[in-house]
Design a protein around this ligand. Structure first.
Ligand code: ADP
Ligand code: MG
Length: 339
């Protein structure tokens, strides 16, 4: 065994990046979520070669102040929380301050950003975690990240990526989820110059579902709205006739966050059991509002899996609400559901 030494910061960042950034869709997820947190009303994602060689994300959000730009790329730097207690009441998607440092550790990144209050913006280049340049530029309000050559300096990880088409498909799926989770934000996805997705951001969830999935699905929806102490459910579920062959169409969001939860998936599927054939899965777009103190969001770095303190109640509420909706017992008139 050699001498024991603390790793240098670049090596630490490169290793840590692996936890957050697994593939191009992880980059898109982190940067699009940052755009949402920045209050953007429009987010455009352009990729080439499945995002491996080129990802550009443009938002019209708050921008980053000039003198804050290098700090934003430091590990564990965030403007979203100050202390652990803040997690209880957090409304942002991010809070760990790991994304920008992780992306910059394993790619060539160009950031152009300008706040409304500042007259000019900043162009910042950083590659493999090392700052290349920082200069003042004219720029519109908001932020553009250009991420090139992902994993150029970690060839072992690059080898694990799939074909460009598959990686692009992951990004498309992710952006559908984000668009459905934020009906108030217009999302545009351009793959190799072709527009693949474009939602209006007009706040009407049914319109967004139509924009994403088309008429066949949008015309077979049942509106759902229910709640009890601490938990609200709103959204649309599909009539059994539009049940699908896989779980990809079970969309649900907690406090605007795209997550996976075995308990919620199970509740949705259990509610449909008597209405649907076996090996079929429901279509659903459900937004849950759950009070912060019933949640633990700090479970996993990618924040996909969430824990609740009142699992059983949430399960029961979902099953009851969806069963009522499906059996027409509580037919909600064709309300437009502005979320
Ligand atoms: P986190 O989102 O967990 O705070 P990130 O590493 O993703 O950490 O981002 C670091 C900080 O950079 C954010 O807290 C935010 O202040 C700023 N930031 C990143 N992206 C944007 C953006 N698109 N618009 C405005 N600010 C941004
Ligand atoms: Mg973030």
């Amino acid at each position: 065994m050699g001498r024991i030494e603390v790793l240098d910061q670049h090596t630490i960042d490169k290793i840590a990046a692996g936890e957050v950034i697994e593939r191009p869709s992880s980059v898109v997820k982190e940067l699009a979520e940052n755009a949402i947190d920045a209050g953007a009303s429009s987010v455009t994602v352009e990729i080439k070669e499945g995002g491996i060689s080129f990802i550009r994300i443009t938002d019209n959000g708050s921008g980053i102040e000039k003198d804050q730009v290098p700090t934003a790329f430091l590990r564990h730097s965030t403007s979203k929380i100050r202390a652990v207690e803040d997690l209880m009441t957090i409304h942002s998607l991010g809070f760990r301050g790991e994304a920008l440092s992780s992306i910059a550790a394993v790619a060539q990144v160009e950031l152009v950003t300008k706040t409304h209050a500042e007259g000019t913006g900043i162009r910042y280049l950083i590659e493999g975690g090392k700052e290349v340049s920082l200069e003042e530029v004219g720029a519109p309000d908001g932020t553009t990240f250009l991420v090139r050559n992902l994993f150029y300096n970690t060839p072992a990880r690059k080898k694990f990526l799939k074909a460009a088409m598959t990686e692009a498909g992951y990004i498309n799926d992710l952006l559908i989820k984000l668009a459905l989770s934020h009906p108030d934000i217009s999302f545009k996805f351009i793959n190799n110059g072709q527009v693949k997705l474009h939602t209006s951001g007009n706040t009407n969830l049914k319109d967004i579902i139509y924009g994403v999935y088309g008429r066949e699905i949008a015309s077979e929806l049942i509106a759902v709205e229910a709640g009890d102490a601490g938990v609200q459910i709103r959204g649309f579920i599909g009539k059994p006739v539009i049940s699908r062959g896989n779980r990809n169409y079970e969309n649900y969001y907690i406090n605007g966050r795209y997550i996976k939860s075995q308990i919620i998936s199970k509740a949705i599927e259990d509610a449909y059991k008597t209405f649907m054939m076996q090996h079929k899965y429901p279509f659903a777009v459900l937004h849950f509002t759950i009070e912060g103190d019933l949640l633990d969001v700090n479970v996993h770095p990618t924040k996909m899996e969430l824990r609740f303190s009142n699992q059983e109640e949430i399960y029961q509420l979902i099953v009851r609400t969806l069963k009522d909706a499906l059996s027409g017992r509580e037919l909600i008139p064709e309300v437009t559901l502005d979320l």
